[in-house]
Unconditional design. Structure first.
Length: 52
């Protein structure tokens, strides 16, 4: 492995890592923002989510 390549491309690696973290975190945050209130609503109002 050419370790000097990492040093030469540190800016590109940092930029791509930032993009990756943003694109990975965004759907998780949106999913939690939707799922938690829906789950709380289902627990508070059992008719919305009947248990078997």
């Amino acid at each position: 492995m050419k370790w000097d390549w990492i040093g030469e491309n540190a800016g590109t690696i940092e930029n791509l890592l930032g993009q990756h973290l943003y694109l990975a975190f965004l759907p998780v945050a949106i999913g939690l923002a939707i799922a938690l209130p829906v789950g709380m609503l289902a627990v508070r109002h059992p008719r919305l989510y009947p248990r078997s």
